[in-house]
Design a protein around this ligand. Structure first.
Ligand code: CUA
Length: 659
């Protein structure tokens, strides 16, 4: 600073900084409006722009081990795979700083109750979406709207989500919604992909443990769920001691209203479900045809019955009134002895497959359903075209390759290959679908190669494998155990989601990265980034809360012991520097973030009232609480929003009640 220059007013400096930030953010929002010569990055990291053309298609695979290495159940270490690919060895999953991933990955979070959004191929975690849990960073479960939704959705504080499904139009992802099950409490939730937030939770009556969950292809006519645990119908305390009378249900939920439409009663336990591509068949794997209540009994028989639900036939039965109403829901009898299964068009076909089969996935062109044997080393392929006319269940079996020990799930590259996870062998096995149709049952000939994974994989997913047009290139093996793969972090270890390069199926599989995952994802689904259109700022037309302006900020007494406090948020102040309520008041606090600039979030934390929530640009959130204890409470901003973030405060004064 030269002698003649006067020290600058700090407020002026801050203002200038804010202006600069605004222009940089504006440029990020509308990159097309600036020219290449515009230098707006100002050295702020992470804000530089550029075309994101980094798809590593057709990269030659490295020479990493392929066929049938030893299965590494004991986790001795030292086998194939490292934290990242050494340079020059083949496929790279590196996404350079400032670049974007090519795909969204949506991960179920299991009993954490949340979903996680992961970029592919970098495997970077982008965000988490609370669903069945509460989340103190966003305020999900704390604000009035989200608290109400969780309350009306059963009032549980946790859930166990397993199977995320993207809504489809014409068999392809339309980017509208994601649906996910809660195995624990028999629920299905919907996540709005405009804002990446849960907007509906349905507590399905009559069912315990909705495990399998899928949408009916090709146009998301229903969200379908499998009830895994057999319970009395209704489960109201009558007939609790006679497991023979327990039942599993299959449910259809309307994707728009999220209301339960109908249920189908079946024999045995339902497991995973997927649908054909034409809207007719839903195929459910199942176990415990024995209908036993202990593990010895459940695994006694050699075969279990996969169920093929004929959706239009079920709809017809409901329309004809062939149902019993239980807790307000039409329940159609789809058990083996049901009259509805005796005529020309049974509503449920029972297809015996070996042995306690776990998954079912329908291949991309809808020809076959792939049912992995779990306790059988085979995958049974069902011919969906033959299903309608065949009366002999064996006739619909198109192939049954022997793939290895503990097959659980199968995924596809769209070029004629199936990839099956082998839980016991700790491997991913790649095999040729048509070769399996040609081969004898139990043949290993269709196997192309095996890749060791670490360790004990459950689900396995390749890019867009659940659409009619899979993208190949990358596959993720969701391994249940990580054992020696990461620094020890105490006895509860992360899972290990491993990224495997598969190319278009013409190359050898190559293990590219380990990715620790907090317990416990089950499944994931991938969508190309162009199919998702996430908004960066709220549109006030999209929510019901009343938008608060700076003029609206104030306190309004709404009753003898209730007040409504309205308050804006912006950098770096709340609309009210302080406000006063009376001891015992029920306080409804409505806050609007009046900024229109992306990524400027404000938090509202109220000490000693168990409240914190986020308000994103143009969003309005509301909380209701009781001001029980007189005193002073400094409301502060929990998101680092500006240089004066620390000073962003309001003061709630709770006056003692008189007398
Ligand atoms: Cu607003 Cu920090």
């Amino acid at each position: 600073m030269s002698k003649n220059e006067t020290p600058r007013d700090p407020n002026e400096v801050l203002e200038e900084y804010e202006e600069t930030l605004d222009s940089v953010l504006a440029e990020v929002e509308s990159p097309d409006e600036t020219t290449e010569d515009d230098d707006l990055s100002l050295g702020l990291p992470g804000l530089s722009l550029g075309r994101r053309d980094f798809m590593k298609a057709g990269v030659a695979a490295g020479a990493m081990g392929s066929v049938a290495g030893c299965s590494a159940l004991t986790g001795g270490g030292g086998s194939a795979g490292s934290q990242s690919t050494p340079s020059g060895s083949g496929a790279s999953h590196t996404v350079e700083p400032g670049e974007h991933d090519e795909y969204y990955g949506f991960w179920s979070g299991g009993h954490s109750g949340e979903l996680r959004v992961v970029g592919i191929p970098s495997m970077r975690e982008l965000t988490r979406i609370p669903v069945f849990n509460t989340d103190c960073a966003s305020g999900y479960g704390y604000t009035d709207g989200t608290q109400e939704m969780l309350e009306e959705g059963g009032g549980y504080s946790w859930g166990d989500n397993h199977h995320p499904n993207l809504s489809e139009t014409d068999g392809d992802y339309d980017g509208e919604y994601l649906y996910v099950n809660d195995k624990a409490n028999g629920r299905i939730a919907r996540v709005n992909l405009t804002y990446f937030e849960t907007d509906a939770i349905t507590d399905v009556p009559n069912m315990q443990a909705i495990h399998g969950c899928t949408v009916l292809s090709p146009d998301t006519k229903y969200v379908l769920g499998n009830g895994e645990f057999r319970v009395p119908l209704p489960n109201d305390g009558t007939d609790v001691k006679n497991p023979d009378n327990y039942t599993s249900l299959f449910v259809a939920v309307d994707p728009e209203s999220m209301e339960t439409q109908w249920q189908v009663k079946v024999d045995g336990n339902l497991d995973i479900v997927d649908t054909g591509k034409e809207g007719r068949w839903a195929i459910s794997s199942a176990y415990n045809s024995e209908e036993a209540t202990d593990i010895q009994g459940m695994t006694k028989d050699d075969r279990d019955n996969v169920k093929a639900f004929d959706i239009p036939a079920i709809e017809q039965a409901v329309e004809n009134g062939n149902y019993e109403e239980v807790n307000g829901i039409p329940v159609v009898d789809g058990t083996q002895d049901s009259p509805l299964n005796k005529g020309d068009r049974p509503i449920v076909k029972y297809i015996p497959t070996p042995k306690s089969p776990h998954c079912v996935e329908v291949g991309p062109n809808g020809d076959y359903a792939f049912i992995a044997g779990k306790l059988s080393p085979t995958v049974t392929m069902l011919d969906l075209d033959a299903l309608a006319d065949s009366s002999d269940p064996e006739e619909v079996v198109a192939g049954r390759p022997r793939v290895g020990l503990g097959p659980l799930h199968t995924t596809f590259d769209g070029n004629g290959h199936a990839y099956t996870s082998l839980f016991i062998d700790s491997q991913a096995v790649k095999w040729d679908i048509e070769a399996a149709v040609e081969a004898e049952e139990g043949s290993e000939d269709p196997i192309i190669e095996k890749q060791d994974v670490h360790y004990n994989p459950g689900h396995i997913q390749a890019l867009e494998a659940m659409t009619t047009d899979p993208d190949g290139e990358w596959l993720v093996s969701l391994n249940k155990l990580s054992k020696d793969r990461f620094l020890p972090v105490g006895p509860i270890m992360p899972d290990n989601d491993q990224l495997i390069h598969i190319g278009q199926g013409e190359e050898e599989m190559e293990l590219v990265a380990d990715h620790p995952a907090y317990p416990e994802p089950h499944d994931c689904v991938f969508a190309h980034k162009d199919k998702i259109d996430a908004k960066k700022v709220y549109d006030k037309d999209d929510y019901e809360e009343t938008y608060i302006t700076e003029e609206d900020s104030g306190v309004e007494r709404t009753g003898e012991s209730s007040v409504h406090v309205k308050m804006t948020t912006k950098r770096s102040e709340y609309g009210l520097p302080d406000f006063t309520v009376q001891e015992g008041d029920e306080v409804t606090l409505t806050t609007t973030n009046i900024e229109g600039v992306q990524d400027i979030i404000h938090g509202v934390a109220i000490p000693e009232h168990d409240i914190n929530y986020a308000v994103a640009p143009q969003d309005t959130r509301e909380v209701t609480f009781t001001a029980d204890d007189p005193g002073v409470y400094w409301i502060y901003c929990t998101f680092f929003c500006s240089a004066l973030h620390l000073e962003m405060r309001s003061r709630m004064i709770v006056e003692p009640a008189e007398g």
